[in-house]
Design a protein around this ligand. Structure first.
Ligand code: FES
Length: 106
């Protein structure tokens, strides 16, 4: 596992991201869905495990789940699990913040 810097600081990340708004993040050719929620950062693969829609086009609901815009499947950002168990889990990517920036593990 390799930690990759995605923002130079937490402050920069909070300026660039909107709370509870999924964002597309492409790292080394891999499309991820990045969410800031409650000051923390979460990343999952961007491809919905149901039928492949891009999850960054969806929304985050009041429970903090990413909702796919196509058929409404809902995914836990921490575990990648589809909460209705209708499709497979998403791959999740650990994130951390420290004095040197915000990092994502690939
Ligand atoms: S493609 Fe995402 S719920 Fe169907």
């Amino acid at each position: 596992m390799e930690w990759i810097k995605v923002f130079s600081s937490g402050e920069e990340a909070r300026k660039k991201l909107t709370e509870n708004k999924p964002q597309l993040l492409i790292i080394r050719g891999q499309a991820l869905c990045l969410v800031m929620r409650g000051g923390a950062f979460y990343a999952v693969e961007n491809k919905c495990s149901h039928n492949g829609e891009q999850l960054h086009k969806g929304v985050v609901n009041f429970l903090g789940e990413v909702v796919c815009p196509w058929h409404g499947y809902r995914f836990n950002m921490k575990t990648g699990r589809e909460v209705g168990e209708r499709s497979g889990d998403l791959v999740t990517f650990p994130m951390k913040e420290n004095d040197e920036g915000v990092f994502l593990a690939l």
